[in-house]
Design a protein around this ligand. Sequence first.
Ligand SMILES: [Zn+2]
Length: 86
Amino acid sequence: MTCRELIDFLADYLDDALSSRQRIVFETHLLVCPACRDYLKTYQHSIRLARKSLCEMEGKTPEEAPEDLIRAVLASRSADPGRPAS
Ligand SMILES: [Zn+2]
């Protein structure tokens, strides 16, 4: 798996939507690739921040924020964590 492929799988990984084989490939790449470990950490942090600010805007609890909306917010943010070089 390349870094690029890992990023493509990232959303599914976080949604627990990968097959067990895909998950093993994904996690194996994470073990050997510090850049992708950092990226995953930054990505999860960004999701938390986006969820928090979204909830503050809409007066909802974090659990109520729809995942799609959070991703849309993330995609539109200038503070995108960027992609690791592959
Ligand atoms: Zn990588």
